[in-house]
Ligand binder design. Structure first.
Ligand SMILES: [Zn+2]
Length: 109
């Protein structure tokens, strides 16, 4: 099943369309608005504007049911998130920190 346009929201970070779902743990989780065969979330409509998701990854997780579709969690595809994770300077900062830590370490006599 595919959510209607009215059921979709926007990602705060990248402004793309997302569908809010509720997980087994009653947490809100955004997924991409269209089903994806590579997705690891089984998503189904539980009522007007209520979509639920369950992970298909866990051991013993039941296969996709007739009324479910595979969706990808939005955090896996969000370009804003990926940009945050791949800020080139970050690795350098860590390395500088290490160097500084190494310099301030005074050898014991
Ligand atoms: Zn996003």
């Amino acid at each position: 099943m595919i959510p209607t346009r009215r059921e979709l929201g926007h990602c705060r970070d990248c402004r793309r369309l997302i569908l809010w779902t509720i997980t087994d743990l009653n947490k809100r989780m955004p997924v991409d608005p269209e089903p994806d065969p590579e997705g690891n979330q089984a998503v189904w409509r539980d009522g007007p504007r209520i979509w639920r998701a369950r992970s298909l990854d866990g051991r013993g997780a039941p296969e996709l049911r007739e009324w479910e579709d595979r969706f990808k969690p939005h955090f896996a595809t969000c370009p804003a998130r990926q940009a945050q994770m791949a800020i080139p300077g970050l690795a350098t900062v860590t390395r500088l920190d290490d160097r500084r830590r190494a310099q301030t370490r005074t050898p014991h006599p």
